[in-house]
Design a protein around this ligand. Structure first.
Ligand code: DX5
Ligand code: ZN
Length: 241
């Protein structure tokens, strides 16, 4: 007799799969942000990932709505704002007004997750929910029907350039299986340690929107880096069965 997860794993993923690269500007040269974003875009990036940290939810501080507003003028790509902050409801309107297209909040930071996701949607942004490496997919059961995307953190949030945590792959897989079984439409995003040596694995596990900071902006040319990562991701997606 098959266990329930074994039955679910027999369900085939959806085709065709649209793989997108979302470079994280966290590792970019902030003094040349527009140029860096342009180089990554030339390499095939189609979403720009913006990490917002408040020094409370995560042990680091980054940027706020003014930088999002400047970025909005520098690129036509969707701005994917990943809020690693406490009390996100307070700031969502400001990020939306500054030009965010996608806004994601952490399950761990939201006391009223359903309300927060609806707040994001009320500002005409795509609504995403994020889970830390230690948070199970099951904590999202009651919101999977309303989210536009689920972001699986594959490092503990707070810093770029960390090591990918392989145990998070099973969460991407599980999200793909739940989506297929229940007919949901969310996309699966992965964030943390995505590089040439890990990108194939995340794509095979079901991730479609690939955030990469260090691998795009850490060293060398962001255009060449983005294009190599996308090529590796697309070849892996052909192996999905
Ligand atoms: C980590 C951030 C990530 C980070 C990823 O807290 O959410 O977006 O920039 O960086 P890499 O790809 O360097 O792990
Ligand atoms: Zn991020």
């Amino acid at each position: 007799m098959l266990k329930s997860w074994e039955v679910i794993s027999l369900v085939k993923p959806r085709f065709p799969v649209l793989i997108e690269l979302a470079p994280s500007i966290l590792s970019a040269d902030f003094a040349h942000l527009a140029d860096q974003v342009e180089r990554a875009t030339a390499g095939g990036a189609s979403v720009i990932h913006v990490d917002i940290m408040d020094g409370h939810f995560v042990p680091n501080l980054t940027i706020g709505p003014p930088v999002v507003k400047s970025l909005r003028k520098a690129t036509r790509l969707p701005l994917d704002c990943h809020l690693m902050i406490e009390n996100p409801d307070e700031y969502i309107p400001y990020f939306a007004e500054a030009g965010a297209d996608w806004i994601s909040v952490h399950q761990e930071a939201c006391r009223h997750l359903n309300r927060t996701l609806h707040l994001i949607k009320s500002h005409d942004c795509l609504a995403g929910v994020v889970i830390n490496p230690a948070t199970p997919v099951e904590t999202l059961t009651e919101v999977l029907d309303i989210v536009d995307y689920v972001l699986v953190m594959s490092v503990n949030p707070g810093f770029g350039g960390q090591q990918f945590i392989p145990g998070t792959l099973s969460k991407m897989k599980k999200l793909a299986e739940i989506r297929a079984v229940r007919g949901y439409n969310y996309r699966i995003e992965v964030d943390g340690g995505v590089a040439l040596n890990t990108v194939g694995g995340v794509v095979l596990a079901g991730a479609e929107v690939l955030v990469a900071g260090n691998a795009v902006f850490g060293s060398g040319d962001p255009k060449a880096n983005a294009s190599a990562l996308l090529e590796a991701a697309r070849s892996a997606s052909l192996l999905r069965v």
